[in-house]
Design a binder for this molecule. Structure first.
Ligand code: FE
Ligand code: FE
Length: 168
């Protein structure tokens, strides 16, 4: 939002603003993921973060596509929420010594990120439909589905192996 506040006048403006928010978040996540790959010890977790880095690049491309479809310029607006989630993830990772406990912490941090993305894409899909843009909703839904799938994979990995090993 700009200096003259009240930049968002319509539902359409709000949709574009939220698209700019998730665009910022996705780019930030793409920058943070290589570090999570490096820090993870569990091979499956490492591979999972790597796979999601590739998916995240696609998310960025899809958001750009929605900007284009909507006739809006692809622009990122600062998103303090994702900054905070990533900052906290880095802090906690720096405080954990045992690599198995670190894996559990990385999963928890990763799931916080996925849930943030899920809430944003869930909203964007609903708003796109309301605005009569089923075409945009369809593209955004693809991102939402991949975030959900990633979240579920992380849960499975945590509950199935990582948490138990961390608690040993
Ligand atoms: Fe994403
Ligand atoms: Fe994600």
């Amino acid at each position: 939002m700009g200096f003259f506040a009240k930049d968002i006048k319509s539902m359409d403006d709000l949709f574009v603003h939220t698209l700019q928010d998730i665009y910022y978040a996705e780019k930030k996540i793409a920058k943070a993921l290589p570090d999570m790959v490096k820090k993870a010890s569990n091979a499956e977790l490492k591979k999972g973060f790597e796979t999601h880095l590739g998916e995240t690049q696609n998310h960025i491309a899809r958001v750009e596509e929605v900007f284009r479809m909507h006739g809006a310029q692809a622009k990122a607006v600062e998103c303090p929420a994702i900054d905070g989630i990533i900052e906290e993830a880095e802090e906690i990772a720096g405080d954990v010594d045992d690599p198995r406990v670190l894996d559990a912490a990385l999963i928890a941090a990763g799931q916080a990120v996925e849930h943030y993305e899920m809430t944003r894409y869930g909203t964007l899909v609903a708003w796109a439909k309301e605005l009569g843009r089923d075409d945009c909703a369809k593209v955004l839904q693809q991102n939402l589905d991949e975030e959900k799938a990633t979240d579920q994979k992380l849960t499975k990995l945590a509950v199935g192996t990582v948490n138990m090993q961390a608690a040993e």
